[in-house]
Design a protein around this ligand. Structure first.
Ligand code: FAD
Length: 382
């Protein structure tokens, strides 16, 4: 560890994006002794009153837990999650059947996205060699010099240089834009016809409205709903459905009719927030290579945004951090070796997860008439 610290201490690593993967990754680099600068476009979510963005809760699996363990965060995050030992399948008639995730005692965890992000930022801040910079939106950067330009909300612009730039700025990565201008960079982006909408199921008499230690699933041929428990005894239900179906529902009566038809058991339980936000799009992004020279590397959704039908997007992003860190150890932090090696090893694995997630989504659509088939696919996915 001391040897590592002396190797890295003079080098500056800029982590762009302070979401789940960026905040965790910053801890990995700080632990190695680099001078870490984290840049996040948004204000500090620990002080923000409103949180915009994606899913309220997420399924944390073994992959993700392993990564948290590396930075000493596993226990804390696990203690704030709700174990889901099995899926609970809700048939259209309201019949329930549970299918365990694995052997007795095995489970995945429902964790609060915002809380996880806050905890990771707070952990990052404990390193003396870490600087968190909020309200810094990356506008441009140079792969040749490592010079980055950030815009602030007061209209000012800041220029900062780093030895290594780590792009963790999500599915629409500004860092990745530079990659697109370069020769032999492969890139594909696919929006699926489905959107998702989150609905809240409040507690009933102060208790969970359904059994809490399950990932609840309502498979309904071309669409489905899932529900994950939260610590405040609510459930976050996510309805996945083609946009054209969402668009057909325009009035309160139509919402009720739809739920009566497909999710009758949820009617007494679900909150009235269908029209709060429009359905959100889901994109799958694949690219290669993940690095430019020894200057820049992409991780998390910036490298591989996947559709959420495997619940592995964040988990795979967390695993990126572990794989990179292991290579840093193996190749003594020689970035000219680590970065190409990271691309070589990681691209096929991340692409496989993206393909599997997309394959399952396509299979679900293609076998719309086979309830049993769909049922089996759903069990494979969640
Ligand atoms: P993000 O979370 O997108 O964070 C990127 C950060 O970069 C943000 O904070 C953003 O503000 C910042 N940023 C963006 N542009 C700039 C810029 N120009 N300058 C500075 N900062 C910038 N994954 C799972 O593992 N399990 C699940 O159960 C699961 N469920 C999901 C359900 C849904 C509905 C969806 C949509 C996704 C789900 N995922 C799940 C996937 C998961 O949300 C993502 O994989 C994860 O958020 C990726 O983290 P990230 O840090 O790479 O990107």
């Amino acid at each position: 560890m001391e040897e590592t610290t002396s190797r890295s201490s003079s080098k500056v690593v800029a982590v762009v994006g302070g979401g789940l993967v960026g905040a965790l990754n910053a801890c990995f680099f700080a632990k190695r002794g680099f001078q870490v600068e984290l840049f996040e476009a948004r204000e500090d979510i620990r002080r923000a009153r409103h949180m915009k963005g994606r899913s309220i809760n997420l399924a944390l699996s073994h992959r993700g837990r392993q990564a948290l363990q590396h930075v000493g965060m596993e226990e804390k995050i696990v203690s704030q999650g709700i174990p889901m030992n099995a899926r609970m399948i809700h048939s259209p008639s309201g019949k329930l059947s549970s299918i365990p995730y694995g052997k007795k005692g095995q489970f995945i965890l429902s964790v609060d996205r915002a809380n996880l992000n806050r905890e990771l930022l707070t952990e990052a801040e404990t390193y003396p060699n870490m600087q968190l910079n909020f309200d810094h939106k990356l506008q441009d950067w140079s792969a040749e010099t490592g010079l980055m330009t950030f815009a602030r909300s007061d209209g000012s612009v800041q220029e900062i240089q780093a030895d290594l730039i780590v792009g963790c700025d999500g599915a629409f990565s500004a860092i990745r834009k530079q990659f697109l201008r370069r020769s032999r960079f492969n890139y594909s982006q696919t929006y699926i016809p489905h959107g998702y909408m989150e609905l809240t199921m409040p507690p009933v008499h102060g208790e969970f409205a359904m059994e809490p230690n399950y990932l609840h699933i309502w498979p309904r041929n071309t669409f489905m709903m899932i529900a994950l428990p939260n610590l405040d005894k609510t459930f976050t239900c996510t309805l996945f459905m083609p946009f054209e179906e969402f668009e057909k529902i325009t009035t309160g009566e139509e919402v009720m009719e739809f739920f009566h038809r497909y999710f009758p058991d949820t009617i007494p339980l679900i909150g009235a927030d269908y029209f709060r936000l429009p359905a959100q799009a889901m994109v799958s992004v694949k690219c290669s290579p993940y690095h430019i020279g020894d200057k820049c590397v992409l991780m998390g959704d910036a490298a591989h945004a996947v559709v959420p039908f495997y619940g592995q997007g964040m988990n795979a992003g967390f695993e990126d951090c572990v794989v990179f860190d292991e290579m840093m150890e193996q190749f003594k932090e020689d970035l000219s070796v680590v970065l190409p090696e990271y691309t070589r090893v990681r691209v096929p694995d991340d692409h496989a997860i993206a393909d599997l997630a997309m394959y399952n989504y396509v299979e679900m659509r293609a076998h719309v008439n086979s309830r049993w088939f769909l049922f089996r696919k759903l069990l494979d996915n969640f």
